[in-house]
Design a protein around this ligand. Structure first.
Ligand SMILES: NC(=O)c1ccc[n+]([C@@H]2O[C@H](COP(=O)([O-])OP(=O)(O)OC[C@H]3O[C@@H](n4cnc5c(N)ncnc54)[C@H](OP(=O)(O)O)[C@@H]3O)[C@@H](O)[C@H]2O)c1
Length: 231
């Protein structure tokens, strides 16, 4: 991949896991990277010259909009928007609660919808890319994971609609659908339970390659499954 100069990225959930891997690769390529997360300042390379952290909860729509306004005033336009902030855990039907529903949908769906609304006016017409970090759970259902799957299916519908809605501005929209990835969200598993999980760097390499493609090419959907099949 070639060095990129004067490019600005906004990455929600860019402080840990898949988002951290994307932030780190883009910083290494010379991008200015704005990370939004509740503890964004804890990002491992927060002191990198090109890194700006914003401690924001994506469920707080006012704070997201204020952050977008602040970034607009300091950095101007944005070339890449990566929506990666998300949560996931099992919710067997008998134990589903309204609190779980609200947390999963407010973070995975509303957080992405309203971050997109806040940042899309900043995106450069003609070549900018929006990347939704969806999931294999946005393609199929999994027993005991119904709410997470429902939230990622909703995200898929939103992403597909944005692809059409933003085409007149020549803004490209990518949905990435990873299988199981070894991130802090799976810290509760024993190492031997994660031997077939993917490295977040693998997902980041593909995400960044799609972002950096020439403006004529749009990776619409990127399904990256585990080599052993669905986990
Ligand atoms: N790991 C997998 O196997 C896998 C597979 C497919 C898709 N995904 C998707 O990939 C994305 C990242 O997952 P991950 O496994 O990398 O998770 P992770 O390691 O737990 O990281 C989640 C990131 O999102 C941020 N975040 C969570 N809730 C937030 C909120 N309310 N406001 C702002 N930021 C928030 C976290 O920072 P703070 O906690 O500081 O806020 C962190 O930066 C999620 O959308 C997930 O659904 C993961």
């Amino acid at each position: 991949m070639s060095q990129t100069i004067d490019r600005v990225a906004v990455i929600t959930g860019g402080s840990l896991g898949i988002g951290e891997a994307i932030s780190t690769q883009m910083l290494g390529l010379g991008w200015e990277v704005h990370i939004l997360a509740r503890r964004a300042s804890g990002y491992v390379h927060a002191d990198h010259d090109g890194c700006r952290t914003h401690d924001v909860d994506v469920r707080d729509l006012v704070a997201v909009k204020e952050t977008a306004d602040a970034i607009a005033s300091t950095s101007g336009r944005v070339d890449a928007l990566v929506l990666c902030a998300g949560v996931g855990y099992p919710t067997p039907l008998h134990s589903v609660s309204r609190a779980q529903y609200d947390e999963l949908f407010d973070t995975n769906v509303a957080g992405s919808v309203f971050s997109t609304q806040a940042f899309t006016p900043l995106l450069r017409d003609g070549h900018a890319v929006i990347t939704f970090v969806s999931s294999i759970a946005g393609r199929r259902g999994f027993s005991d994971w119904s709410l997470y799957c429902a939230s990622k299916h909703a995200l898929e519908g939103f992403a597909a609609s944005m692809r059409d809605e933003l085409r007149p501005r020549r803004i490209r929209v990518t949905s990435i659908q990873p299988g199981s990835v070894d991130t802090p969200s799976y810290d509760h598993l024993r190492p031997e339970e994660k031997t077939e999980f993917m490295d977040p760097k693998s997902i980041a390499e593909l995400a960044v390659a799609a972002i950096q493609l020439p403006r004529q090419a749009c990776v619409e959907t990127l399904f990256v499954n585990n080599a052993v099949g669905d986990l």
